[in-house]
Design a protein around this ligand. Structure first.
Ligand code: ADP
Ligand code: S3P
Ligand code: MG
Length: 169
């Protein structure tokens, strides 16, 4: 099993970015967030990329960034749609250990509703948000080496559980 890179995947708001930062700290590794790298490279927000150039262009940028990060070492926190392309799933699975942070979409919705930085959350009610999650769930599952249900856990509990599961491998 390749543990040079730990990838965190999961639905938007599941805690990938936050958990990844703490995990990297604990492991003494560097964290790379694909969304933050895109923002830095393009010089504008994800919201702006979606509204100016569309989702497909964002997905293209996402794959390009993934290819760069797959050559690195550390914790890589991905955007919620990274698993949608087979090419991305295969690259993550073959270059690292992929962890799916599973979380009840209702729990996530209560955390992030009103957030203006997630274009795919805009104008969605709880039901629509949950239904997009259900459509994506198989892709998270087939991407992952490890699945962790985080619905009832604090951020620190999720980090400890990841550490435990990695040590067991
Ligand atoms: N287990 C958790 N318990 C409570 N709040 C959480 C948990 N995980 C994440 N959060 C909060 O949810 C929000 C979204 O987290 P974030 O790390 O940005 O998710 P993602 O990167 O998966 O979209 C943040 O405000 C974060 O502090
Ligand atoms: O689920 C998605 O398709 C997206 C999730 C976002 O990242 P987070 O999962 O960190 O919110 C970001 O990549 C973009 O808004 C699209
Ligand atoms: Mg994130």
């Amino acid at each position: 099993m390749n543990t040079k890179i730990i990838y965190l995947v999961g639905y938007m708001g599941a805690g990938k970015t936050t958990v990844g930062e703490r995990l990297a700290n604990l492991l003494g590794e560097t964290v790379y967030d694909t969304d933050k790298m895109i923002i830095e490279k393009e010089g504008c927000s994800i919201q702006d990329i979606f509204s100016r150039y569309g989702e497909e262009h964002f997905r293209h940028l996402e794959t390009e960034i993934l290819k760069e990060t797959s050559m690195l070492k550390g914790v890589i926190t991905t955007g919620g749609g990274m698993v949608l392309k087979e090419e991305n799933r295969e690259l993550m699975k073959s270059s690292g250990t992929v962890i799916f942070l599973e979380c009840n979409p209702m729990v996530i919705f209560s955390r992030i509703k009103g957030d203006a930085e997630r274009p795919l959350l805009q104008n969605k009610n709880e039901i629509e948000f949950s239904s997009l999650y259900e459509k994506r769930k198989p892709y998270y599952e087939k991407s992952a080496h490890i699945i962790i249900d985080t619905s009832n856990s604090s951020i620190d509990e999720v980090v400890s559980e990841i550490e435990k599961r990695l040590n067991r491998r």
